[in-house]
Design a binder for this molecule. Structure first.
Ligand SMILES: Nc1nc2c(ncn2[C@@H]2O[C@H](COP(=O)(O)OP(=O)(O)OP(=O)(O)O)[C@@H](O)[C@H]2O)c(=O)[nH]1
Ligand SMILES: [K+]
Ligand SMILES: [Mg+2]
Length: 368
């Protein structure tokens, strides 16, 4: 295999050398496209390729959702896992104490969340430094990334980790770009903009699509602020993953109150001290919010609901989804449901399959 890492470095330094202006933006756009393709090659070589690529760790998914603890060495990932689950993962003051993925189970009022404690990653992880690629692949399989940061360390750590994750196609706290793209068999390229674009132009879009050999396709930009990166993300959609991320600063016992206040105001952020047992439960509650799941308790007629076991559904789930969770064929015999809780206008409310449930609702299904 030709050294892809070197090729990536070459393009990155060419991009750094190239001045950003109107005359160079097309060239820069094409370089970005090339870079994106190389990164995919690096991570996911075809059959027979280098086996060391991002295969993750051999931990099967379990429970209602998976969250991954990602961060630099010795920020307190294992300390956090040991605090919130029954699993004990080795904790020590030296870097790279954890060498593989350690799964634990977080029990959250009837829900079971798999928590993956991962080895620390370092700068250059996405290019294969340390266990970086494996860690990042494991993070890519999770429903939530919990980025553990050390409040006593330099502020750049957050941006550094973000760019490592970005480099392998993970998009944090973002939606996929509002661009419609459809490959066609023939008919050439049809490029349209819902409103005049601020950044892109037709020629640039044409060149990038051509560079990806998408000569026959239809593309519609619904967002006037779409960028080259957005277009590349849509072209490479099979290699992109949009995941929510909660940034958690640990070790707040060792920073000033003023600094702590500043950290806590950053977006998508929570702060804690595992050692002093400060804020840990708040972090867990926030993780639950970020997973965007609802706990639904079911109730049989005349019997009190069982709060020790919840059905876990997506945030926007309906009674139909609840039925599907209980049994594949339940909705065929469905008559109506009774709902107690935040989604009910009065309790109990009698509802149909399309009713949207809320977290901690109690539901009773009445079938034919
Ligand atoms: N001051 C302080 N130290 C902490 C806190 N939490 C953990 N530590 C210490 O930080 C060190 C590293 O903790 P670990 O849990 O091993 O960190 P890790 O992120 O799992 O490290 P690796 O597995 O090596 O990547 C240990 O000495 C912990 O005792 C905290 O809240 N405050
Ligand atoms: K450590
Ligand atoms: Mg560890």
């Amino acid at each position: 295999m030709v050294n892809i890492t070197e090729k990536i470095k070459e393009i990155e330094s060419e991009m750094a050398r190239t001045q950003k202006n109107k005359a160079t933006e097309h060239h820069l756009g094409l370089l970005k496209g090339k870079l994106a393709r190389l990164r995919v090659q690096l991570l996911e070589p075809g059959p027979g390729g280098a086996g060391s690529a991002g295969t993750g760790f051999d931990v099967s998914k379990a429970g209602d959702a998976r969250m991954a603890l990602v961060g630099f060495p010795s920020v307190g990932k294992s300390t956090f896992l040991s605090k919130i689950t029954k699993t004990k993962s080795s904790v020590a003051a030296y870097a790279f104490t954890t060498l593989t993925a350690i799964p634990g189970v977080l029990e959250y009022q009837g829900a079971e969340i798999q928590v993956l404690d991962l080895p620390g990653i370092i700068e250059g992880a996405s290019e294969g430094k340390g266990r970086g690629r494996q860690v990042i692949s494991a993070a890519k399989t999770s429903d939530l990334i919990v980025m553990i940061l050390d409040a006593t360390k330099r502020a750049e750590q957050r941006a550094l980790l973000e760019s490592e994750l970005e480099a392998v196609g993970i998009r944090l706290n973002r939606e996929s770009p509002n661009i419609y793209l459809k490959a066609k068999k023939a008919g050439g390229m049809k490029i349209s903009f819902a409103s005049p674009p601020n950044i892109l132009d037709e020629k640039m879009v044409y060149n990038i699509l051509k560079d990806y050999k998408m000569l026959n396709c239809e593309v519609l930009f619904r967002d006037e602020n779409a960028t080259v990166d957005d277009l590349i993300d849509v072209i490479m959609k099979d290699h992109r993953k949009y995941i929510r991320c909660l940034y958690v600063y640990n070790k707040i016992d060792s920073v000033s109150v003023e600094f702590l206040d500043k950290l806590a105001r950053e977006p998508h952020t929570a702060v804690m001290s595992c050692e002093m047992d400060l804020g840990v439960q708040d972090v867990v509650d926030k993780c639950w919010d970020y997973l965007q799941l609802n706990r639904i308790y079911t109730k049989r007629k005349g019997i009190a609901p069982d709060f020790s076991e919840a059905l876990i559904v997506r945030k926007d789930a309906t009674i139909e989804d609840v039925c599907d969770q209980i049994h594949r064929t339940l909705k065929e015999h469905f008559r109506y449901a009774l709902v107690w809780g935040a989604s009910a206008r009065h309790v109990p409310q009698r509802v149909g399959l399309t009713h949207t449930v809320a977290d901690e609702d109690v539901v009773s299904i009445v079938s034919k």
